[in-house]
Ligand binder design. Structure first.
Ligand code: NDP
Length: 234
């Protein structure tokens, strides 16, 4: 297939692996990035998901090069961990602004084209920890749990137009985001993970690729855990 694919935060980690997976399939891939670059063969577009207007401009650029966005992956995300009593409002709001409002901005920018085309695939990156809870991550878990509500409400709004909206909930994946995790906290998380290891960005990319594939045509509003069993049953 040669669809127009747009991924936010595609310069590293899960977003980069996802961009490579779609590009290897022959799709026309655009990524947004703040730092770094796009991998070879992928269109890079500077955008910050917290900045008003950036996503509209990104969608315009992707559509000018590749045509209307048919697959949208809202991947950009951050953590800023602190126990709640010591968490200042701006630390809470920064994470929600990036992970939840950022995904809303991303989807809002691209969904009109999908509605007109009467087809489209939207995948949002949540987290197993959104549903399990995680000390120090009230901001992160709240933002990532919010994505499930966003996806399921949107699935109702756009289902009749042939658009699916799904959520991927990774466990502990080996990227820059999880580098600070070590020692007893990592040991605990691995004890809670039946497969007993961290996942790779490519393993998450494979799930995203599946949800965007014809094989997933009857799946919408789903939360797909990709966590080696961490968060099974969510
Ligand atoms: P990384 O920290 O490796 O990459 C994060 C990406 O998001 C980078 O491309 C970064 O861009 C981008 N980003 C962050 N803030 C913004 C912003 N304001 N505007 C635009 N882009 C932004 O994280 P991962 O690859 O690990 O995570 C990808 C997604 O998966 C995130 O949503 C994360 O919450 C989720 N996830 C990850 C898990 C893990 O274990 N790694 C587990 C569960 C969920 P830049 O390089 O410019 O900072």
């Amino acid at each position: 297939m040669s669809r127009s694919v747009l991924i936010t935060g595609g310069n590293r980690g899960i977003g980069l692996a996802t961009a490579r997976a779609f590009a290897d399939d022959g799709e026309q891939v655009a990524i947004t990035h703040r730092s770094g670059d796009a991998p070879p063969g992928v269109l890079g577009i500077h955008a910050d998901v917290t900045a008003e207007g950036d996503l509209e401009r990104a969608v315009e650029k992707a559509e000018a090069e590749h045509g209307p966005v048919e697959v949208l992956v809202a991947n950009a995300g951050i953590t800023a961990d602190t126990l709640l009593p010591g968490m200042p409002p701006e630390r809470f709001e920064q994470v929600v602004a990036t992970n939840l409002t950022g995904a809303y901005r991303t989807v809002r920018a691209a969904i009109r084209g999908m509605l007109l085309a009467r087809t489209g695939r939207v995948v949002l990156l949540s987290s197993a920890l959104a549903f399990l809870g995680s000390p120090g991550q009230t901001n992160y878990a709240a933002s990532k749990a919010g994505l499930a509500g966003l996806a399921r409400s949107l699935a109702w709004e756009v289902g009749a137009r042939g658009i699916t909206v799904n959520v991927v909930a990774p466990g502990i994946i080996d990227t820059d985001m999880t580098k600070p995790l070590s020692g007893p906290r990592m040991d605990d998380l691995m004890r809670m993970t039946p497969l007993g290891r961290t996942g790779t960005p490519e393993e998450v990319a494979a799930a995203i690729r599946f949800l965007a594939s014809p094989a997933a045509s009857y799946i919408t509003g789903a939360v797909l855990p990709v966590g080696g069993g961490l968060g099974m049953g969510i």
